[in-house]
Ligand binder design. Structure first.
Ligand SMILES: *[C@@H]1O[C@H](CO)[C@@H](O)[C@H](O)[C@H]1NC(C)=O
Ligand SMILES: *[C@@H]1O[C@H](CO)[C@@H](O)[C@H](O)[C@H]1NC(C)=O
Ligand SMILES: *[C@@H]1O[C@H](CO)[C@@H](O)[C@H](O)[C@H]1NC(C)=O
Ligand SMILES: *[C@@H]1O[C@H](CO)[C@@H](O)[C@H](O)[C@H]1NC(C)=O
Ligand SMILES: *[C@@H]1O[C@H](CO)[C@@H](O)[C@H](O)[C@H]1NC(C)=O
Ligand SMILES: CC(=O)N[C@H]1CO[C@H](CO)[C@@H](O)[C@@H]1O
Length: 490
């Protein structure tokens, strides 16, 4: 039991403080975890909730009993008929009763089954109102932090706490449940204490007693391992997935990351390209200087252009003192992109060239951004589109297409890969890859998921251009549900 006297003393004290400070009691502002008074209120709330649920169960039981009794009567009658149905139905009264039963009674039962009893409804509404009194996720976070602080101060281990052992002050009835351990693990993940999180998840796993619940702990462990790039170990935890459980978004993501890693180790040029030809039909410029382009995919439409940026242009850009300065800045390492922060480049010449290559207007497009990936530099799986809400999108426009110039030769690694369409583009100095991120209908093209493989040797410079959809309104034919973007003449 709780030390009630102590709790009440603190409770009264807190009440005084609350009154003195003139807090409106009706609006709960205090964190439950911060005050014993509030915790006492929470005990009361739990009492009421249990009462309420009990009432609900009683109401349902009455309904169930009523239905069971009728069912017994009905099946007795039905069985009687079946033993000798000819003589049963020979009696006109029996025939009448059969028709009546099926016409009236079953309908009645059907409606009765759907109807929610007033009594039950009141209980549900009670529960609905009491939601206001329940601890919020912030309360839970405070509570987790409290436990975490205790552990740091007294150097407690998760196993001890889980067993209800508070620094030698042991009480077996305060053992933590598997779900408690899971919540503390998730809090530890958020606080970036991964070792602690693993220990909590391990404890949670050992406390669950069926495979469905256990899978939740396995999933949590898998996410943790995946975060630390231990993808194979992560997938191992997912082996035990019960068939009835639908794969979660996170799990799919781990599988894709792993496939990406495997793909990156086999960076091979895709042999069967669709076409390779000189193209001179996009704009007048290209009639004079045809573009060498290869089609990689029709859906999403994706092409590689060769020799579209000149060595001298690249040298000038990379020699720019501002760019060099931006490289020596200690760029923040992000988890998604392990590369130096990008550097903005404005160039009318290049803008015009992209228009020549793609037939798209560069109005409203993001400026070029120059990115350097050093050894091991990579970019995890992502989409280029923003996935704006409709109103934001109507205002700003999403990125309809991406053009990516390769500015440096990479000796090994560094490919751009699209796992969902099985396309790998190896960087080649002076070439560029172009693809549409959106369907012609405007829908986001999910197959454009891509990542940049780690550079093994060399240094990879890419110049990207994200092209805005809004100025293309009159040039892109809007064919609903058509995936192919036939390039247009400007
Ligand atoms: C969690 O369990 C795994 C497998 O039993 C073990 O290898 C690992 O060391 C444990 N981690 C912690 C932090 O206890
Ligand atoms: C993906 O491409 C590689 C290399 O071209 C090929 O070996 C493999 O069979 C392809 N996989 C699929 C699923 O198309
Ligand atoms: C770029 O810098 C290198 C080394 O400092 C120099 O040799 C080269 O001439 C420069 N190129 C241009 C185009 O300025
Ligand atoms: C946004 O627009 C699309 C297409 O017009 C529509 O299908 C979707 O329901 C809209 N979403 C919202 C949140 O309005
Ligand atoms: C050249 O490319 C443009 C745009 O990419 C396309 O419309 C046209 O069909 C291509 N022409 C040839 C001859 O391939
Ligand atoms: C581009 C590429 O090699 N894609 C492959 C990546 O890995 C998955 C699964 O292993 C394959 O199905 C893709 O073909």
């Amino acid at each position: 039991m709780y030390s009630l006297k102590f709790v009440m003393f603190i409770g009264i004290l807190s009440a005084c403080i609350i009154c003195c400070q003139g807090f409106a009691k009706s609006i709960r502002k205090k964190s439950y975890a911060a005050s014993t008074m509030e915790l006492m209120n929470l005990l009361e709330v739990e009492d009421k909730l249990v009462d309420n649920l009990n009432g609900y169960v009683e109401t349902l039981k009455m309904k169930l009993n009523l239905m069971k009794r009728s069912l017994t009567a009905m099946s007795t009658e039905h069985n009687e008929m079946q033993s000798d149905y000819e003589s049963y139905l020979a009696n006109p009264l029996n025939s009448f009763r059969l028709i009546h039963r099926l016409h009236t009674s079953w309908r009645k039962w059907y409606h009765y089954a759907f109807r929610t009893e007033n009594n039950a409804l009141v209980r549900i509404e009670n529960a609905h109102h009491m939601r206001m009194l329940l601890p919020t996720s912030l309360d839970l976070e405070h509570a987790c932090r409290g436990i975490d602080d205790l552990m740091s101060f007294y150097d407690l281990k998760p196993e001890e706490l889980a067993a209800g052992n508070l620094a030698g002050y042991s009480q077996t009835d305060t053992e933590l449940t598997a779900y408690d351990c899971l919540a503390l693990g998730e809090f530890s993940v958020q606080s970036r204490k991964d070792d602690l999180a693993e220990a909590w998840f391990n404890l949670s796993l050992s406390r669950f007693d069926n495979i469905f619940d256990q899978y939740r702990a396995h999933e949590a462990l898998a996410m943790l391992l995946a975060k630390n790039k231990q993808l194979t170990a992560a997938l191992h935890h997912l082996d035990n997935k019960p068939e009835e459980v639908a794969p979660s978004h996170g799990v799919t993501h781990i599988e894709e990351e792993l496939a990406t890693v495997q793909n990156c180790t086999v960076v091979v040029q895709k042999p069967s390209r669709l076409h390779c030809r000189y193209n001179s039909t996009t704009t007048p410029f290209t009639r004079i200087a045809p573009l060498k382009m290869e089609e990689l995919s029709l859906d999403p439409y994706m092409v590689v252009f060769h020799d579209v940026i000149y060595d001298r242009e690249i040298e000038l850009m990379l020699n720019s003192s501002n760019f060099i300065l931006s490289l020596t800045d200690s760029g923040q390492e992000s988890e998604v992109r392990a590369s130096k922060d990008s550097y903005i480049v404005e160039s009318k010449t290049l803008n015009d060239r992209v228009t020549d290559m793609t037939g798209l207007s560069m109005e409203l497009s993001d400026p070029f951004s120059l990115i350097n990936y050093g050894i091991g530099g990579h970019y995890m799986l992502h989409y280029d589109y923003h996935k704006y809400t409709n109103t934001t999108r109507a205002k700003y426009g999403d990125r309809i297409a991406t053009l990516l110039f390769y500015l440096g030769e990479v000796d090994s690694g560094g490919a751009t890969i699209f796992p969902r369409i099985n396309i790998t583009v190896t960087p080649k100095k002076g070439s560029a890859v172009f693809w549409y991120n959106l369907h012609n209908s405007g829908a986001l093209h999910l197959e454009t998921l891509h990542s940049a493989c780690p550079v093994i040797s060399g240094s990879k410079y890419v110049l990207t251009k994200w092209i805005n959809e809004l100025p293309q309104m009159f040039s892109t034919p809007c064919m609903k549900d058509s995936n192919l973007h036939p390039p247009q003449n400007v």
